[in-house]
Design a binder for this molecule. Structure first.
Ligand code: PXP
Length: 243
C-alpha cells in the first residue's frame, strides 16, 4: 500500500509570529505543499496560539483540497472550534505534562472517560479522530475503546535516539503498527522525522501516513536561501540602476 505525506505547517507560522508580520503565511505554504504532492495538511492550534492561529485554521479549512488534519488538545475550547470548523480529521495531542505517557504520547488509558466523550462528540459530526500515542498495546487498545478510527504513533523517541539505539525503537513502532492495524485502526506516525531517519518508519507496511513538519520547513529555509539572497541583491541593484 502507498504511504501518504501530511505536511505540518506550524513552523511556517512560528517564523511569522517571531516578527508579528503577516508573512510567511502558513496557508501559502499549505498550497505549495499540496502542489508538490502532499496528501494532506496538518496544523496544531495550541491553547496559547504560539504559532498557528484561529484565522489560519478557518482559511486552511477553505483552501486545503486533500485531508485537513487539525491537531488539538482535548479541551472544551478546542472541541467547540473543531465542531465549528469541521476539519476532515482531528488528531488529539497532549499539551500538558499530566496528559502524557512517559514516551510523550497521549495517556489514553488514564483519561479514557474524558477522551471517549470528546471523540464521541467529534465522530457524531462526521469528523474522524486520530490519537497521538506511544506504540504500546495498552494505549492502542484504549484508543480503540474510546472510539478513535486512527492512531498516530509517536516517533519522537525513535528520532531522538542515538544511532545504535534506533533499531529497537523502530521495532517497537513496527510492532505497535501491526497491533493497531490488526485491531482495525488506521495507522499514522510522526514527530521528529527527517530525510535522514524517515526510511525505517516509511517502510513499516501497516503505516499508511506520516505527519512531518519541522524538517520540511527547515530544509525549505536552507534550500531556498540562495534564491532569496539573489532576489534581494537584484532588487537592490535594480533600485541603484533606476536612480
Ligand atoms: N505529529 C504530531 C501529533 C505532532 O504534534 C507533530 C508536531 O509536533 C508532528 C507530527 C510533526 O512533528 P515534526 O514537526 O517534528 O515533524
Amino acid at each position: 500500500m502507498d504511504i501518504a505525506l501530511h505536511v505540518n505547517i506550524d513552523h511556517v507560522a512560528t517564523l511569522r509570529q517571531a516578527r508579528g508580520t503577516n508573512y510567511p503565511d502558513p496557508v501559502e505554504a499549505a498550497l505549495v505543499a499540496e502542489r508538490a504532492g502532499a496528501h494532506g495538511i496538518t496544523a496544531h492550534l495550541r491553547e496559547d496560539r504560539r504559532h498557528v492561529n484561529d484565522r489560519d485554521i478557518r482559511v486552511l479549512r477553505e483552501v486545503v483540497r486533500g485531508t485537513f488534519n487539525l491537531e488539538m488538545a482535548a479541551t472544551e475550547e478546542m472541541l467547540a472550534i473543531a465542531l465549528a470548523t469541521k476539519p476532515d480529521r482531528v488528531t488529539l495531542v497532549p499539551e500538558r505534562r499530566e496528559e502524557r505517557t512517559t514516551e510523550g504520547g497521549l495517556d489514553v488509558v488514564t483519561h479514557e472517560a474524558h477522551l471517549a466523550r470528546i471523540v464521541g462528540a467529534l465522530s457524531e459530526r462526521g469528523i474522524r479522530v486520530s490519537l497521538f500515542i506511544a506504540p504500546s498495546p495498552a494505549q492502542i487498545d484504549a484508543s480503540l475503546a474510546v472510539g478513535a478510527v486512527q492512531v498516530e504513533l509517536h516517533t519522537g523517541e525513535y528520532a531522538h535516539a542515538r544511532p545504535h539505539e534506533r533499531s529497537a525503537f523502530a521495532q517497537s513502532l513496527a510492532d505497535g503498527a501491526r497491533h493497531a492495524a490488526h485491531k482495525g485502526l488506521r495507522v499514522a506516525a510522526g514527530h521528529g522525522l527527517t530525510l535522514e531517519n524517515v526510511g525505517p518508519i516509511a517502510a513499516i507496511p501497516e503505516c499508511v501516513e506520516l505527519n512531518i513538519g519541522h524538517a520540511i520547513v527547515s530544509d525549505a529555509v536552507i534550500s531556498g536561501f540562495d534564491r532569496a539572497v539573489r532576489a534581494m541583491l537584484e532588487a537592490m541593484r535594480r533600485a541603484r540602476g533606476a536612480r
